[in-house]
Design a protein around this ligand. Structure first.
Ligand code: GLU
Length: 275
């Protein structure tokens, strides 16, 4: 009789949605699904020091984008370790989101109207500007307009390509899959400059301080958003809530200090206002 009662209790429990589970997220939501799966899958860059970078020795992904991805994993699953990073180069971002290869993309991903037709963006969590990285001995390039007649390396599927085409139509563009590919090209003289977001260039400069110079004349403003599936506004709204919380509770500043902040650059122009 006691056994029967116990069985009945289990059956009643299973019939009641969520009984016995510790899933605090709305049923059927992406958040609930990730919580159940126990791991967050994030598309990020692997070759951009300070933003998304795969440590060649330990394999850990470091950088600001990686740090905020870990904060999301912690909120969703209880531990920042429950995360899997998938390398996502610029031109793959929309595909990886819409095909469900990743739960979200956090990859120096600028919010633009054209992309917002394909994916849903969160509010900006970071602001960058486009700039130039040149060889240290080259004194001829001091502004974007100096690129006319020069060869410039940048990445496929980036806003950097579009802005260069508009601003310096007489520059020759060397368009590659990832910014790290531009580094040897600049070193060996095949290109005269690398142009993309200042944050990315800062990371490349940090790796080669004796060889390169950052021009420090930013042009254009790049608001970074996290990208999720176009129809998943519930997940997007949840992420917006997290961004607002981090800006208020000091987590944003901590992530900055531990990553980009080590370069000595302050967050004044890149930090969104506290909501
Ligand atoms: N933030 C720009 C973009 O989303 C350039 C950097 C990148 O390619 O990730 O296109």
């Amino acid at each position: 009789m006691r056994g029967l009662r116990a069985l009945l209790a289990v059956l009643l429990c299973l019939a009641a949605a969520g009984c016995g589970s510790d899933n605090p997220f709305p049923e059927g939501s992406t958040m609930a699904r990730i919580r159940e799966r126990g791991v967050l899958v994030v598309g990020t860059k692997f070759d951009q020091p300070m933003f998304g970078f795969k440590d060649p020795t330990g394999g850990r992904i470091t950088g600001f984008d990686a740090e905020i991805a870990r904060l999301i994993a912690k909120d969703l699953t209880g531990s920042e370790r429950n995360i899997r990073f998938v390398e996502t180069v610029s031109r793959e971002r929309e595909n990886f989101i819409s095909q469900g290869v990743v739960d979200l993309v956090i990859a120096t991903y600028s919010i633009t109207p054209a992309r917002a037709r394909l994916v849903a963006f969160t509010d900006p969590y970071y602001y960058a500007g486009q700039d130039l990285l040149v060889r240290i001995a080259d004194t001829t390039i001091n502004d974007v307009s100096d690129l006319n007649g020069k060869t410039v390396c940048t990445a496929t599927g980036s806003t950097s390509v579009e802005r260069l085409r508009t601003l310096v139509p007489r520059a020759t563009l060397e368009i590659v899959d990832a910014y790290s590919i531009c580094v040897p090209a600049l070193t060996n003289g095949r290109v005269d400059a690398i142009s993309t977001d200042d944050t990315i260039l800062l990371g490349l400069l940090d790796q080669h301080p004796d060889m390169f110079r950052l021009v420090l004349k930013p042009f254009g403003r790049e608001p970074y958003g996290m990208g999720v599936r176009k129809e998943d506004t519930v997940f997007r709204d949840y992420l917006n809530g997290l961004i607002a919380r981090w800006l208020r509770d000091g987590q944003w500043d901590r992530a900055y200090k531990d990553t980009i902040g080590v370069s000595g650059v302050t967050s004044d122009s890149s930090r969104p206002a506290t909501p």
